[in-house]
Ligand binder design. Structure first.
Ligand code: NDP
Length: 347
């Protein structure tokens, strides 16, 4: 049976900016014969995520993430439907997901590598399993809960960088629901600022490409900053940390501004910022969602309810076609997405 897939064509190098030409679309055929335990799946939607940038390097620098190999099929989060099965746990028509879904229109996969999901959990919006009711929603919810020290009635102000992205847009909404009196987002366009305030209940948003971040933070956070959900690192984060209150908390979620640089993770801070953290007793603990998977089921259930009840508004940018995978990844790395970047592969 005919099938299309995306392979890694070349590497950007540890200090390079990824471009669509680093990926290559191939037309090939898939032998649909299944061995015991295997299923044939049709891909419905795929995810592109910032951590994939390190998979483009020969050495990812992260123990639990393996590099993609040249001319081999790329993989990541995906959702699909079972077309035929020789695995007792999966039946034709089941909707399934995996963190290691090949970027293919159809695939033969081991049934044991797939997780069956119930479309009702997301009211039929299956792409939410890759975002708000999937790994980025979990990252936001558990990041805030595990590292944010948000307390109801404590008059706290939260700042979120990368705020209009998949994790950021949910993190600010969780911050508000959990009791922060203010959530201020930092993001890269006017349109994103509007979406945060109008659709996601952020108190205010700052366009870091146009506005003076220190002055805007002072204006929008009159009582200082108590919780900082950091998705980007670099100069934006240095500026936020400089205005944080004593005994406040940085949730170190990601550092995307540094991902095209050959630096360790997390990238080292300047002496000055380290001194600010020490002097003001600011905690800054690394958060890795994969370390909290024992809490995932309960957290996904909560996220599902929050989304269904309208307490969390989900932002998504959806493009169609497997040939757009490389474009979508590179666009997301440069800020082309509002909310979760999804690629729809089939109906
Ligand atoms: P997003 O949907 O937020 O997409 C990435 C966004 O990053 C872009 O839209 C862009 O928005 C912003 N960005 C890119 N370059 C820069 C830059 N130089 N300076 C400032 N902003 C930039 O992605 P995710 O929500 O999937 O991921 C957000 C962060 O969370 C990443 O750092 C990721 O690595 C991390 N993460 C961490 C996890 C964990 O377990 N700790 C799990 C999942 C994600 P803009 O227009 O605003 O520039």
């Amino acid at each position: 049976m005919p099938m299309q897939r995306v392979v890694l064509n070349s590497r950007p190098g540890n200090n390079g900016v990824p471009v669509p030409a680093h990926f290559r679309l191939e037309e090939t055929t898939l032998a649909p014969d299944l061995e015991d335990g295997e299923v044939l799946v049709r891909t419905l939607c795929l995810s592109v995520d910032p951590y994939m940038r390190c998979r483009m390097n020969e050495d990812t620098g992260v123990g639990y993430v393996t590099p993609w190999q040249l001319s081999e099929c790329v993989d990541g989060g995906g959702v699909g439907v079972v077309e035929s099965s020789r695995c007792s746990a999966c039946s034709e028509g089941d909707v399934v997901t995996s963190f290691n879904w090949p970027w293919q229109t159809k695939a033969v996969m081991k049934g044991s590598a797939l997780q069956k999901v119930d479309p009702q959990v997301v009211d039929g919006h299956l792409s939410y399993f890759l975002g708000a009711v999937g790994i980025t929603g979990l990252t936001a919810l558990l990041g805030v809960r595990e590292k944010g020290n948000v307390t109801k009635g404590a008059n706290q102000t939260m700042v979120v960088s990368g705020a209009a992205g998949a994790c950021g847009s949910v993190a600010g909404q969780i911050g508000r629901l959990d009791g922060c009196v203010r959530a201020v987002g930092i993001c890269g366009s006017e349109e994103k600022c509007r979406a945060l305030v109008d659709d996601c209940g952020f108190s205010a948003a700052i366009n870091y490409r146009k506005e003076d971040i220190p002055a805007k933070l002072q204006e929008l956070c009159p009582d200082g900053i108590d919780v900082y959900f950091d998705n980007v690192g670099g100069g934006i984060s240095d500026t936020v940390i400089a205005q944080m209150n004593n005994n406040s908390h940085v949730i170190l979620c990601g550092q995307i501004s540094q991902y095209n640089k050959d630096v360790p993770y997390p990238p080292p801070l300047s002496e000055e910022i380290q001194e600010t953290l020490r002097r003001n007793n600011i905690t800054r603990e690394r958060f890795t969602v994969l370390n909290y998977m024992n809490k995932a089921d309960a957290a996904l259930c909560e996220l599902s309810q929050l989304v269904k009840s309208g307490h969390i508004n989900v932002l998504e940018t959806v493009v169609e076609g497997i040939e757009k995978m490389g474009d979508a990844f590179c666009s997301m790395m440069k800020g082309g997405n509002i909310g979760k970047q999804i690629i729809k592969i089939s109906e």
